[in-house]
Design a protein around this ligand. Structure first.
Ligand code: FE2
Length: 240
């Protein structure tokens, strides 16, 4: 049976491309306030997603390799990444980045989630728990997919979302490549995590006849990501 407008991966790729082209956070210039707010919110967000939300998807997942792959990726995010991060969790690497753009570590740690961040968590809760596990796998990996080159335009298309961030954080704060490791490590790690997820989604969507459901899950989840990032932009603008 031919899927609508091409295979499921082609359809998912179009959804990610659309997100990469429309989200204000990518299209508007980075400012000091937005960068500072990104550090504070994204540190909290990566902890919440990888210690709570993605693990719910793992526990629902009947496929052993996929389940262990999720737990392994979460462990790199919240416990220690020996492969790409020199044994630090990704939120710790993000804290280190924050100290290089003028934030105090105590200030980063004291940050509270913005209302928009809390709404994103509530929305993802609905999209990642009490859902078919395959829709949850889409929720786990769809935003990291934007870190893979090929989506959006310009630098983002050439080097992925975090390639774009590396370029503009470097320019705005005068940081060297080594200082921007948070973004660099994700260009590598996310391509690996994301490819694993994308391949599994393709295989299982076909097997379970869930092509339309996974494409819709991808759309919905990226809408939440767009709102989360817009919230960071607005909150960052209030910081001045
Ligand atoms: Fe990460």
């Amino acid at each position: 049976m031919a899927a609508k407008n091409g295979g499921v991966v082609a359809r998912l790729d179009r959804v990610v491309d659309d997100f990469s082209k429309r989200a204000r956070f990518f299209r508007e210039p980075l400012t000091r306030g937005r960068a500072r707010m990104f550090v504070m919110q994204h540190r909290l967000n990566t902890r919440q997603r990888n210690s709570v939300l993605k693990l719910r998807v793992a526990t629902n997942c009947p496929d052993w390799d996929t389940r262990i792959g999720i737990i392994g990726a979460c462990s790199q995010e919240v416990i220690a990444d020996h492969e790409h991060g020199g044994g630090r969790a990704h939120w710790q690497i993000l804290e280190d980045l924050g100290t290089r753009i003028g934030l105090k570590r105590g200030e980063i740690r004291a940050a509270k989630p913005l209302p928009s961040t809390q709404i994103a968590w509530a929305a993802w809760e609905g999209l990642m728990s009490n859902r078919h596990w395959l829709e949850g796998v889409v929720a786990n990996v769809c935003a990291e997919r934007a870190n893979v080159p090929g989506y959006g335009t310009g630098t983002m298309k050439k080097h992925g979302w975090f390639g774009l961030e590396r370029e503009r954080w470097g320019a705005l704060f005068g940081l060297a490549d080594a200082d921007l490791e948070f973004f660099e490590l994700h260009e590598e790690a996310d391509i690996e995590h994301s490819d694993m997820g994308w391949r599994a989604i393709e295989r299982f969507a076909r097997q379970l006849k869930m092509e339309d459901a996974v494409v819709e899950a991808c759309e919905r989840n990226l809408q939440v990501w767009e709102m989360y990032l817009d919230g960071i932009a607005a909150g960052g603008d209030r910081l001045g």
